[in-house]
Design a protein around this ligand. Structure first.
Ligand SMILES: [Zn+2]
Length: 541
């Protein structure tokens, strides 16, 4: 007979309406056996008390429904973002507020590298920096003979110096969508979206796979998750080649690996190739590695003006964005994944992308009805009430990028889509009112992983300038907490296993230093994470 452990806590917020609160939870075989007071396990036989969390608050382990494995290893590169950020080792990186500061930090880092080795920065947000936009000329100041490239925080754009552009052959003759040309007829250094970016990234040995598929990258990602109280997290654009699969099975199979990973296979090949690979992967799933979902990337980034938006477009008059996957290809992918019964996570930022994608899904569902197969519109930042109503008709889920309200809300109102549409961005209220299953996310490393912060943004809708943007889209405290637990669990098809503290579910908890019911929505962002419990094993920080 397996041991029964009874964990005592200051309070347990179960998010299960049948037993909303408790002070003790009994665990056997990694699953929740009973809930209530100190005697909750008595009917089940002898048990062992565990008081190590007696002054902590427990919630269901948080579920990050949209993040990337490279959230750990991206720190191998130089952080050049505007916001202060903390790396996986707990070190604080000061944000950079001017281009001069960016150039200074890169120059400092370049001096530490061997001659000729490319210098790679990440996290840059030109939209926050005053004056001219970052160009190759600034990066030429960092180094004229070493390739230098800086990824923007959205990972949809980058800027390269002249040496790097030369290596990949971009010049005045270049005619590639996304290679931005200056008034002098030469590339400015800015490369927008994957078709323009990938050749350079390949040339410099920077690829998302290399940032995700090493032992160190996977372990660092697990530590990012643990610090945030996350026990199940996605990796929403995984290569999952055979080597990657072996690595992931080996690492997640270690007892010390204290989380569940849900990678989605990036759709970067013919539809039938993707579906057959995803079906093969699905058959290899384990408890801690859930495979079989597919990620489709449609448009770009709103703050990079590469998202595909409907009328009236961008307030600055920028051209409509860039398709990473053309509409007819989106339709073909949706049709094939639906036929094969594979769940899709589909990146749609602008409202044209969500409209086009929903009609592709409507056609796919008409051709191959598969009730219960869950597809998720990811980011879905510009959907309005009518689009959420359409999503409800089509039985789609949404995972909204609530962190944008705080990080980019002021910029969206002033510089990208204007006040009115910014006020309904990441419209959690509209989604719930339309009956669409809702999750919210960080897209780490685009913004830092921290589900309580994400819940705070959805409930409060404060921007960085500390005003409220779109009060009508606020959701309640309980709705926000659900959107970081059961909500994302549902989008991953795991709501029967995780997302609430309920008898029979996995014993995955977030260990907190305060009770959200006491702090209220306004205090969510200040609650500290002390660690996690995964499958009944305590992992304090
Ligand atoms: Zn993403």
């Amino acid at each position: 007979m397996s041991q029964i452990t009874v964990f005592a806590a200051r309070s347990i917020l179960t998010l299960d309406p049948n037993t909303p609160e408790a002070t003790h939870v009994a665990v056997r075989d990694g699953r929740i056996l009973a809930l209530g007071g100190p005697d909750c396990a008595t009917p089940w036989g002898d048990s062992v008390p565990d008081d190590r969390m007696a002054d902590s608050v427990l919630m269901p382990g948080f579920v990050e429904g949209h993040a990337h494995m490279m959230a750990g290893a991206i720190w191998n590169y130089t952080y050049t973002g505007y916001h202060d950020r903390i790396d996986p080792d707990g070190k604080l990186w000061q944000g950079l507020a001017t281009l001069d500061e960016v150039v200074a930090r890169l120059t400092e880092e370049a001096a530490k590298l061997p001659v000729g080795q490319p210098l790679v920065g990440w996290g840059l947000d030109p939209i926050f920096l005053p004056g001219e936009r970052l160009s190759r000329h600034h990066l030429d100041q960092v180094s004229a003979d070493r390739p230098v490239m800086v990824m923007f925080s959205n990972f949809h754009l980058l800027c390269a110096n002249s040496r790097a552009l030369e290596l990949v052959g971009y010049g005045s003759h270049t005619n590639v969508e996304g290679v931005v040309m200056g008034p002098d007829g030469n590339p400015t250094g800015e490369l927008q979206e994957m078709a323009a970016m990938f050749p350079l990234m390949r040339r410099l040995g920077v690829d998302f796979r290399a940032l995700s598929m090493t032992d160190d990258a996977v372990r660092r990602y697990a530590s990012v998750c643990q610090r945030a109280g996350v026990t199940t997290a996605t990796d929403l654009y995984s290569t999952m080649e055979e080597d990657d699969l072996d690595r992931m099975l080996r690492l997640t199979g270690e007892d010390a690996f204290c989380m569940r990973l849900v990678p989605a296979l990036g759709a970067n090949a013919a539809p039938e190739t993707i579906s057959s690979r995803a079906l093969t992967l699905r058959a290899r799933s384990t408890d801690k590695l859930r495979l079989g979902a597919v990620k489709i990337m449609t448009d770009g980034s709103i703050q990079g003006w590469t998202a595909r938006v409907l009328w009236p477009g961008y307030v600055g008059g920028q051209a409509n964005g860039i398709w990473n996957t053309a509409p007819d290809q989106i339709a073909a992918l949706c049709l094939e994944m639906q036929r094969a019964g594979l769940p899709m996570h589909i990146h749609v930022n602008g409202d044209e992308a969500s409209a086009v994608t929903m009609e592709a899904l409507a056609a796919a569902k008409a051709a191959h009805p598969r009730p219960g197969l869950r597809h998720v519109l990811q980011h879905a930042q510009m959907m309005d009430a009518a689009q959420f109503a359409r999503a409800a008709e089509l039985d789609l889920c949404v995972n909204l990028f609530a962190n944008h309200i705080w990080y980019f809300g002021d910029q969206h109102a002033a510089l990208t889509i204007g006040e009115d549409r910014a006020a309904r961005m990441d419209g959690c209220r509209s989604a719930l009112d339309a009956g669409v299953p809702l999750a919210i996310h960080s897209d780490a490393p685009v913004t830092p992983m921290g589900p309580l912060f994400t819940a705070w943004t959805a409930a409060m809708r404060h921007t960085m300038s500390d005003r409220v943007l779109g009060e009508a889209q606020r959701i309640t405290l309980k709705e926000a907490l659900r959107a970081i637990t059961l909500g994302p669990a549902y989008t991953l098809g795991l709501d029967h296993e995780i997302g609430t503290i309920s008898v029979g579910k996995r014993a995955d908890f977030a260990v907190l230093d305060a009770d959200p019911m006491e702090t209220g929505a306004a205090g969510l962002r200040d609650i500290g994470v002390r660690g996690t419990v995964f499958g009944g094993q305590l992992h304090l920080l």
